[in-house]
Ligand binder design. Structure first.
Ligand code: NAD
Length: 263
């Protein structure tokens, strides 16, 4: 299937590793020009070089913390004509509810929600002029099944669904679609490191910790394993494509069936 992405310019926030990297790589492979973003020059250079050499695509790098307003304004000024915005960057941290201070609530909202809201606001005028665009929020199964070990994270992921649906309705009747994608537990760099640390601390193998995680922490998983960043990226690439023109205002799951619902 040709996803018809050549000629499109995509920005993927937080794309030097994990799910964001897989999305940037897949979009480049499918012919889109891609802006890769991370906070260090070395990380961005490495990701840009790898994607360029493996896909022979057009890949730009942008080094900055895209949860900062100045950075969001600058990336859109430096790269006019963004057709596809993937709001991927996000942070998580298990913490008991009583131990989450106000500052953490605000920081999670800033990084996980407001960064995407701001970028969407900045790219929308050009998308409207072109009457074509794709805005995709990388939310989480945690938007629906709030994890008790990080309620503040769950709050941000639910907020993304609200923003995404509202924004989709505000551009009704145009060629712009807005959707959320909900990954389940995915073996990205962040999660991979977290599980590897747990395995080391408890003198167990990665596989043992993974099996216990799906027995006790996410028992509703139907695939009984972590998803891969590539599995998420494949869905995102389809949603970003002109072929997905009737998919909008949706919360699309690539969660391994963790959310216990048929629809
Ligand atoms: P990750 O930590 O593996 O990678 C995130 C990338 O974003 C890294 O390159 C990191 O350097 C970069 N980054 C983080 N904050 C940034 C910032 N402020 N500015 C620029 N770059 C920044 O993360 P991941 O697990 O791939 O998660 C990506 C998204 O997917 C997040 O929004 C997360 O909530 C969501 N998600 C992840 C999982 C999972 O199990 N991994 C499940 C559901 C949803």
């Amino acid at each position: 299937m040709d996803l018809q992405l050549s000629g499109k310019l995509a920005l993927v926030s937080g794309s030097t590793a994990g799910i964001g990297y897989a999305i940037a790589h897949t979009l480049a492979q499918e012919g889109a020009s891609v802006i890769v973003n991370g906070r260090t020059q070395a990380g961005v250079d490495e990701a840009v070089d790898r994607i360029r050499s493996e896909t022979h695509g057009t890949v730009h790098g942008y080094v900055a913390d895209l949860s900062r307003p100045e950075a969001a304004t600058e990336v859109v000024r430096l790269h006019p004509g963004i057709n596809i915005l993937v709001n991927n960057l996000g942070i998580f941290e298990p913490k008991a509810f009583e131990d989450i201070p106000d500052e953490d609530w605000m920081r999670f909202f800033d990084v996980n929600v407001l960064s995407g809201v701001r970028l969407a606001r900045l790219v929308l005028p050009e998308m409207k002029r072109a009457n074509w665009g794709r805005i995709i929020f990388i939310s989480s199964e945690s938007a629906v099944q709030i994890p008790t070990e990080m309620i503040h994270y769950g709050m941000t992921k639910t907020a993304q669904l609200a923003v995404s649906r509202g924004l989709a309705e505000s551009v009704a009747g145009t060629g712009i679609t807005v959707n959320s994608v909900l990954p389940g537990p995915t073996k990205s760099r962040g999660v991979g490191d977290f599980v590897a640390d747990m395995a080391r601390a408890s003198d167990k193998s990665f596989e043992q910790v993974e099996a216990e995680f799906f027995d006790h922490v996410r028992p509703t998983s139907l695939i009984k394993r972590f998803g891969t960043p590539q599995e998420v990226a494949s869905l995102v690439a389809y949603v970003a494509s002109p072929l997905a023109s009737a998919t909008t205002g949706a919360a699309l799951r690539v969660d391994g069936g963790v959310i216990k619902s048929a629809f």
